[in-house]
Design a protein around this ligand. Structure first.
Ligand code: YNC
Ligand code: MG
Length: 388
């Protein structure tokens, strides 16, 4: 059934019942001298291109490849539209490897036709902190689909990850592959219901009018929690402490240090936003919330070209109830003109999703680890990892 994936060190569907297989790495590392030295061969018309994302022209080419060929919803109404600034942020974290930004271009026209990327991360599974690659932005131009190019891209990124003496990876996909560690659902909270209905993202509920719907999703003009403010550079140490303590509760979660937090959570306009609660009395940072910005192109709509979406990222509550904190996140997202706020049912999200008028989406998001077995999988609420 899976000609490629059956050859890879991932949990195989046929092993699901085998209770003798231990959790942890599936294969041991091989000596670096045995890692294949040359890139995998591509069809003759194409060549590999290690991408320099500091090159604005190359970044524009990558943006355009993804804007036209990356992930769409099941009904092909929307397509992710990651911004150039977002791509730079997502692909250049601390100690990133340029060799893991892998393009394929046509030899003759030099046109970028496919891409795959990895970034380094430390991810903890139970009490094992593992150096991994987070693999993302696998994309093959629409005209080159179903030609088995994807397995070549995956093998090549795997080779380049192995060259750095890293043997595990984490990734998410909307498709079912062998074998998810967990399967999550996106929930959506309307901020601009009229536009969402106009573009076909949501529908008017039964016995609902537009004006009742607008009223239903109305939010206060400003955050309600005293001491709620945007995160700044001086907050990195406090946020890191909060986040590390919180993520320790989950079975699979990133192992963030201050350098990671500065990169992944310090606000960057229209890329990532983070807020915290600083106690007006003690000036202690007690709570934290964040979201990233990922618009979607609206395909075939006369009135609108894009939806502005916020995606819940990492949130920590120790004093402000999580639901109140997330309500404030919705309020600032509305202030900043987002149309919708999305969140997965990971970590402790499920209770607030229901209370804060999120509705369940249709697609599912499957989480995977490469060369690392977690035998019975985990529940979404045991997962503390959000990939972009
Ligand atoms: C996918 N999303 O099953 P089998 S997510 C992984 N992730 O192999 P072909 C995928 N594998 O089943 P196409 C996949 N989608 O025969 C398909 N596959 O064993 C598998 N879409 O290849 C598929 N981006 O080239 C099959 O298919 C084989 O031309 C078929 O290309 C696929 O970034 C794709 O959804 C997805 O651009 C590139 O459809 C194309 O269709 C496309 O004939 C729109 O491929 C955009 C899209 C995927 C977003 C993502 C995470 C990717 C993870 C890749 C796996 C990483 C493994 C770890 C590597 C490092 C290891 C270390 C250490
Ligand atoms: Mg192909």
């Amino acid at each position: 059934r899976h000609k490629f994936w059956e050859t890879q060190p991932v949990g195989q569907f046929r092993d699901a019942a085998d209770t003798s297989l231990p959790d942890g790495p599936i294969e041991p590392p091989t000596p670096l001298s045995e890692v294949r030295a040359d890139p995998y061969p591509l069809p003759a018309a194409f060549e590999w291109l290690t991408c320099d994302l500091d090159d604005d022209a190359l970044l524009a080419d990558l943006y355009s490849l993804l804007a036209h060929n990356y992930v769409e919803d099941d009904e092909n109404m929307f397509r992710f539209n990651y911004s150039p600034a977002f791509l730079r942020w997502a692909l250049k974290p601390p100690s990133f490897f340029r060799a893991w930004h892998i393009g394929v271009r046509a030899k003759e026209s030099k046109k970028l036709v496919a891409f795959i990327s990895g970034v380094p991360a430390r991810i903890r599974a139970r009490d094992d902190v593992v150096r991994m690659a987070e693999i993302n932005f696998l994309c093959v131009h629409k005209k080159l689909r179903s030609k088995r190019l994807a397995p070549v891209l995956i093998r090549e990124v795997t080779r380049r990850v192995h060259q750095e003496n890293i043997w595990q990876a984490a990734y998410t996909a909307g498709v079912v592959l062998p074998t998810p560690i967990t399967t999550c659902r996106y929930w959506h909270r309307s901020l601009n219901p009229k536009k969402l209905i106009d573009v076909g993202f949501s529908r008017l509920g039964p016995r609902m009018t537009m004006s009742r719907t607008v009223r239903l999703y109305k939010l206060p003009d400003a955050p309600l929690t005293p001491g709620f403010r945007r995160m700044e550079l001086r907050d990195v140490a406090a946020v890191t402490r909060l986040l590390r303590a919180y993520l320790a509760k989950f079975v699979v979660a990133p192992d963030f240090d201050e350098v990671d937090v500065e990169h992944w959570l310090l606000p960057q306009e229209d890329v990532v936003d983070s807020y915290l609660v600083e106690s007006p009395e003690t000036h202690e940072v007690t709570d934290f919330c964040s979201f990233y910005t990922l618009p979607s192109s609206v395909l075939n709509n006369a009135n609108y070209a894009t939806l502005k979406a916020a995606y819940s990222y990492y949130n920590v509550s120790t004093k402000t109830p999580l639901q109140q904190l997330m309500n404030d996140a919705l309020i600032v997202a509305k202030q900043k003109n987002y149309d919708v706020f999305n969140a997965l049912d990971v970590m402790e999200n499920e209770p607030f999703l229901k209370e804060l008028k999120f509705g369940p989406g249709d697609g599912q998001l499957h989480y995977y680890l490469y060369n690392y077995r977690i035998r019975n999988g985990i529940k979404p609420s045991e997962l503390g990892l959000v990939l972009l």
